[in-house]
Design a protein around this ligand. Sequence first.
Ligand SMILES: [Zn+2]
Length: 160
Amino acid sequence: MGHVVVNPLAADAVLRHAILQAGARLGDFARSLMYENIGKDADTITTQDIGRTAKEGDTFALTILDDLNTPSCSCGNIADLCSYTPGRAALQAAKKLANQGKYDTKPGDVTEIWLRKAIAASHPLAVKVLHDATYPLALQILQLATGIGWTSSSSWAGLH
Ligand SMILES: [Zn+2]
């Protein structure tokens, strides 16, 4: 269940960015694992290619994901539930945000305990991590609810 892509818009944006960057960063692309796998025709890149090569540590793929701040999963998917929600992913995201220097937190200070306390204290970095981790799940639940015909005026009345 966790390996379901929950943010397809993010995955599509990564794909478009990868195709553009393959041309813009031709040298990086030509030295990449992705290039080895698919050849020079960047238009044939798929989200699976990006996820798989990122999993294998390909710098080009990892840079593409990093540019758009989109997580990948150890299963090779991009923007799937597991890439957003596990504690390890949240911790990685928090360290990454701390590294960007936009918050008053040093990356070395970010630990699981710090993150837990920071969420409880509504620290801006922790709130951002919490939002980013839960938004795709909330979107998936909303899509499921819409798919089964649930509306804002629906209720449980009459189901007894
Ligand atoms: Zn996964």
